[in-house]
Design a protein around this ligand. Sequence first.
Ligand code: SF4
Ligand code: SF4
Ligand code: SF4
Length: 216
Amino acid sequence: MQNINDIHFIIDACRGFSKKGCSNCVAPDKDLLARLEKIITDSPWKRFMAAEARSGLKPHEKLKISLSGCPNGCSRPHIYDLGFIGAVMPVVNEAGCSECGVCASACKEEAIDICGGRAVIKYDRCLFCGQCLPACPEGEIAEKKRGYRMVAGGRLGRQPRLAVDLGDIFSIDQGFMILNTLLQLHQKSFERKMRLSELLKDPESIKALFHANAGL
Ligand code: SF4
Ligand code: SF4
Ligand code: SF4
């Protein structure tokens, strides 16, 4: 695990973002940790915090971001204010599929059915781990989209809550827009002793706000 522990924010990243890497990682940006640190450090939010909380924030008040390279979630994104989870959306080339079923066996989520002479991906079950792509012996599963699933509003403490999945695969630029929205929201409503996750209680309004600000 790699970690940035600033006086106002924490970013934890799994091994997938390290030099050594992880074979499961499907995140497209290995330098995401450094890029996020720079965005936050240069942001109006950081200048605001430097004035409002000169000596730093208590651990429960800090902005917490987690980066996981795949849905295994080793850096626990679902208990952070914001989580980036590497994701790749598979698509089957129906014409070339030999109906061998290897992809269905490789999928831990039972998200692939073999029917009508081809493999069919059930996207409502798919976690976008990308494991089925290299499993296909015919090379007939391709990458339709690569980016990040994003989750927001998680926390531990006296009233723990899992973060809400924002329901798409976002590009890195959309992810940065979502982060900036969160920083603006926090700055606007900042109060000492307030946990940031208090601002992210209502799942539907979280999704609507972030989707609007990510340009979706
Ligand atoms: S979350 Fe995935 S990519 Fe990151 S260390 Fe765990 S298994 Fe590897
Ligand atoms: S991406 Fe992962 S979860 Fe989705 S169908 Fe492929 S193996 Fe299954
Ligand atoms: S592994 Fe490839 S060829 Fe076999 S069923 Fe899946 S998509 Fe078709």
